[in-house]
Design a protein around this ligand. Structure first.
Ligand code: PLP
Length: 402
């Protein structure tokens, strides 16, 4: 098998798995229990949270642990107030919006989000009546469009650090600087409305050196499943400017922001994976640059979609006139696993909103493949993958052209 879909899922790294094991059996206690062994588990849990936070230059208390990035993204939007400043959003507002697709607000938009965001941002933002910010054909945010759209009503801006279909890295520090100026101007005019920057960094932590202070975000989503940690674990970083509202209420865990017995093994695994990832950032980047080069040199008859500002482990190829869904199927038969884009969108057979946003035609979108490299790959596999993809594409071209 040659697995080229690390953006969809990564295997749990051995160190993370080993670190998690004791918390399933010997150290199974509920961290909220009053006896000593449980208190030790609680303290290990807090230490693991601090370790995850350290990976982004934050403190354990700045994080809310969630059941994945989808929940963290949903939670981030609870920092919005419903009508400018009066009523805060309640869990049922979100539930209604998510389940029924009910727009929560119609009078004026109070949030902006990048048109290429993952559905876990896009769907909520749409339901909240948010306005999209355009991307340029490179997939990078159109900063002028952002400037034009930050009206006095805007309270939050959501821009992912790395796009999950293209691997595009967004200039968050520049966005934060624009926000800082708007805030200063608002202050001068006596306007008190908050202006928060949220970023979904699900696809970023494995290759980028993230520091929340340096990039200037108020809310940052992390995803264990994309960095060789366990699935179903994520975190939301929040600065003291962001005031969240729980989506899940109950026993009051996570400072009341996310009730439910803590997923201790998951968080231990997430922390180990985050530390491991951080240790190997530079060497991994170099490795993927080399592997990418092999692919781009040996593959034939493609157009590279993510030419600029892309993270090193993403290769998006367009084979005009070919059906990428068929390619995926034919490649799988030969042991090569690739994707057309976001796994969730692909499973619903939807056209990619990301590739549309960068101006690709329907035929180009239909012929696009996403290859995302990772720990399971080496140079030999790249030569083999290129050979197999070339062969399958040539067969398909022959079939299509009769
Ligand atoms: N955000 C981005 C950018 C992603 O790539 C993903 C997963 O593919 C998610 C959010 C959702 O993560 P999860 O399914 O772990 O909740």
């Amino acid at each position: 098998m040659i697995y080229l879909d690390h953006a969809a899922a990564t295997p749990v790294c051995r160190k993370a798995l080993e670190a998690m094991k004791p918390y399933y059996m010997e150290e199974f206690f509920n961290p909220s229990s009053p006896y000593l062994p449980a208190k030790k588990v609680a303290s290990d849990y807090e230490a693991a949270k601090a370790e995850i936070a350290h990976a982004i230059g934050a403190k354990g208390n700045d994080l809310v642990i969630t059941a994945g990035a989808t929940e963290a993204n949903n939670l981030a939007f609870t920092a919005l107030s419903l009508d400018g400043s009066c009523r805060r959003l309640l869990p049922q507002d979100f539930a209604n919006a998510n389940i029924l697709g009910v727009p929560l607000r119609r009078h004026h938009p109070s949030m902006l989000y990048l048109e290429t965001e993952h559905d876990s941002v896009r769907r909520v933002a749409e339901a909240l009546g948010g306005t999209t910010i355009k991307v340029l054909p490179s997939g990078v945010i159109d900063l002028q469009d952002l400037r034009d759209k930050i009206t006095d009503e805007i309270e939050m801006i959501s821009v992912s650090l790395v796009n999950n279909e293209l691997g595009t890295i967004q200039p968050l520090a520049e966005i934060a600087e624009i926000i800082r100026r708007v805030k200063l101007d608002r202050m001068k005019r006596g306007l008190k409305r908050q202006l928060l920057l949220h970023s979904d960094a699900s696809q970023a932590l494995n290759l980028l050196d993230i520091s929340v202070a340096r990039i200037g975000v108020d809310l940052l989503t992390l995803n264990s499943a994309k960095i060789y940690g366990p699935k179903g674990v994520g975190a939301l970083y929040m600065s003291h400017e962001a005031h969240l509202h729980p989506l899940v209420t109950g026993g009051g865990q996570e400072n009341g922001l996310r009730s439910g017995t803590e997923n201790v093994p998951g968080v231990i695994g997430f922390a180990t994976a985050a530390t491991e990832t951080k240790k190997h950032l530079k060497s991994n980047r170099k490795k993927y640059q080399k592997l990418k080069k092999i692919l781009l040199t040996e593959l034939q008859g493609y157009e590279l979609v993510n030419k600029k500002h892309s993270i090193d482990n993403f290769v998006v190829l367009c084979y005009n006139g070919i059906d990428a869904e068929r390619l995926i199927f034919l490649l799988e038969e030969r042991g090569v696993y690739v994707a057309t884009g976001a796994a969730c969108a692909a499973s619903k057979g939807e056209k990619s909103h990301v590739l549309s946003a960068i101006g690709l035609s329907d035929a180009q979108i239909a012929g696009s493949l996403r290859l995302s490299l990772g720990e399971l790959n080496d140079a030999e596999q790249m030569h083999e993958a290129a050979r197999v993809i070339n062969e399958v594409v040539a067969l398909e071209r022959k079939r299509v052209n009769g």
